[in-house]
Design a binder for this molecule. Structure first.
Ligand code: AG3
Length: 282
């Protein structure tokens, strides 16, 4: 067993380490530092600028909740946009639904190329799907200039340090809202709340004045460490979040998707927030 360890230093006073059994790729792209390695427990791991983005072992806990919750709450999503998400995991989940078009706007083309090569178990054939379009651009600038509408917009970003900062700002959320259809939904990656309180607090505070229904919901991703991750929720109407459980169940069955984290009960439960998170929302 190798004695090399990858040490993530994202959170203050807290560190997680993953054993590196093999380094598959290391590169400084025009935008960030990419590292892909193998860990005996989690399989292949993608780290950007020293921060774990996804692993073969637990990506389902993130991508399924990020994608299936808004799409099944919407009920008739045909046009989906993903901002970020270069590994293709969110795109792959979105394409499991009966969508007409899934646009992914990812800044770094190298992340897409490397994910296709090293992480096929995460992206599957998503990049070759005729319904998918990959655009390499700055997500915030692209959204501002876009002229089409989407039923669901998914922000699958890195943390708000470096290139993703604008994706956590209110002007970007407002541009997303302007691109949503009548009953559209925006969801955003909003950090691991226990360690990144500001992210959850700011996300909710910024979404609230813009959307008819703003909230946060939960997922638990082992390699993001230190407790629940919250995902931001901004919807054009209160209806999607209030969809009765039996209707979510019917949509889930009709979609015929296989999942390992998502199910209609987990969907409903994800909106039930612990008190320490409610407190951040004021
Ligand atoms: N997007 C979320 C990464 C979050 C990692 N940060 C953290 N642990 N606070 C990753 C891209 C996956 N498609």
């Amino acid at each position: 067993m190798s004695d090399e360890w990858f040490a993530e230093t994202l959170y203050r006073d807290y560190q997680q380490r993953l054993r590196v059994s093999k380094i598959l790729h290391r590169e400084k792209t025009a935008h960030q530092d990419v590292l892909i390695f193998e860990n005996p427990y989690f399989g292949r791991v993608l780290a950007l600028d020293g921060i774990v983005q996804t692993t073969e072992g637990d990506e389902f806990a993130y991508h399924e909740m990020l994608v299936h919750v808004p799409i099944l709450a919407h009920g008739a999503a045909r046009r989906v946009a993903i901002v970020g998400g270069g590994d293709g995991g969110a795109l792959e989940e979105a394409l499991k639904h009966d969508v007409e078009r899934a646009v992914m706007v990812e800044l770094d083309p190298d992340v897409v190329a490397l994910s296709r090569r090293y992480l096929p178990s995460i992206c599957g054939d998503a990049f070759d799907d005729p319904r998918a379009e990959v655009i390499h651009a700055d997500g915030a600038a692209w959204m501002k200039a876009a002229d089409e509408t989407f039923d669901v917009i998914i922000v699958d970003s890195t943390d708000p340090v470096g290139p993703s900062v604008a994706l956590f700002e209110q002007p970007f959320y407002a541009d997303c809202r302007d691109r949503l259809s009548e009953s559209g939904i925006l969801v955003t990656q909003s950090g691991v709340t226990f360690m990144q309180e500001e992210e959850a607090r700011n996300t909710y505070a910024r979404l609230k004045p813009l959307f008819a229904d703003a909230w946060l919901y939960l997922t638990q991703v082992p390699t993001y460490g230190a407790g629940y991750m919250t995902l931001g929720w901004g919807a054009m109407s209160a209806e999607p979040r209030a969809t009765p459980a039996d209707e979510i169940e019917r949509r889930y069955r009709a979609a015929g998707i296989e999942t390992r984290y998502y199910n209609p009960q987990a969907h409903a439960a994800a909106f039930g927030l612990p008190e320490y998170i409610r407190a951040l929302m004021g």
